[in-house]
Write a protein of this length. Structure first.
Length: 143
């Protein structure tokens, strides 16, 4: 090995780690009935210079089903995603101008054209940034 070759490798590895450290790869869950029944928001940024992140929701009702469904990409800063009750084993997700309907009976998720832009039920909580990291924050309890 040439003199300084090992030092170059160490510097290159350190540079790669710092580049990758800027990427977001996160998952946070709304637990419906413990960890076996949940909705999980997953956000993945392949490269730090990308200004959009891939987003998916993992719909779980174990052991019956678990499915990861890609949703529309999001910006690098998490846009709040509200979770609403929408019926028996149904939830509505609202992020920016987009609505999604989620059913855990058959682990399904679809875009929802909600012309009224009104939630179908009570707000249960939101996926938000908390202390710089994505988290699910339950809605305040009704008095």
């Amino acid at each position: 090995m040439k003199p300084g070759g090992q030092m170059l490798r160490v510097l290159a590895a350190a540079g790669l780690v710092s580049v990758l450290a800027g990427c977001e790869n996160s998952a946070t869950s709304y637990m419906i009935e413990g960890s076996q029944h949940a909705l999980t928001l997953v956000r993945e940024q392949k490269f730090f210079w990308h200004d959009e992140l891939r987003q998916a929701v993992v719909v779980s009702r174990l052991p019956a089903c678990q499915k990861r469904v890609r949703i529309h990409p999001g910006p690098t800063v998490l846009v709040e995603m509200r979770v609403y009750a929408a019926g028996d084993a149904l939830w509505a997700l609202h992020q920016g101008s987009r609505w999604y309907l989620v059913g855990t009976e058959a682990c399904q998720l679809q875009d929802w054209d909600n012309p009224s832009n009104q939630p179908p039920g009570a707000l249960l909580g939101s996926f938000v940034l908390k202390d710089g990291a994505p988290a699910f924050v339950p809605a305040p309890a009704a008095n």
